[in-house]
Design a protein around this ligand. Structure first.
Ligand SMILES: [Zn+2]
Length: 108
């Protein structure tokens, strides 16, 4: 549910496109005819609870905000149950600069 259908106005194909990130804007290009289709609204991974609800993970900058992400990650009940993989990846990337693979069955 992150993206609406992308329909090429030139040839009519639906959701057969390549998304390219151009200066932070997602741009859809048709795979069939190669034409620009449109800019695509892109929802940044974010937490949808707590004091920073709705804030994009990439916008956590202050020590308080970053400490909050560490706290989230160190809290298995929240980390494993309330956050999807895409958001976990974004948090790992924000905190570590890379994506970590966690075995969710392992206690921390
Ligand atoms: Zn097309």
């Amino acid at each position: 549910m992150e993206m609406e259908d992308v329909i090429c106005k030139n040839c009519g194909v639906i959701n057969d496109c390549t998304l390219t990130n151009k200066s932070g804007q997602m741009v859809a290009t048709c795979n069939n005819c190669g034409k620009y289709i449109k800019n695509v609204p892109y929802s940044e991974p974010a937490l949808y609870f707590g004091k920073y609800s709705g804030k994009a993970i990439n916008d956590y900058f202050t020590p308080d905000e970053v400490n909050y992400l560490h706290w989230i990650r160190n809290n298995p009940d929240i980390w494993n149950k309330k956050i999807n993989q895409r958001t976990r990846d974004a948090i790992n990337l924000r905190l570590d600069g890379k994506i970590k693979q966690f075995n969710e069955s392992e206690p921390f």
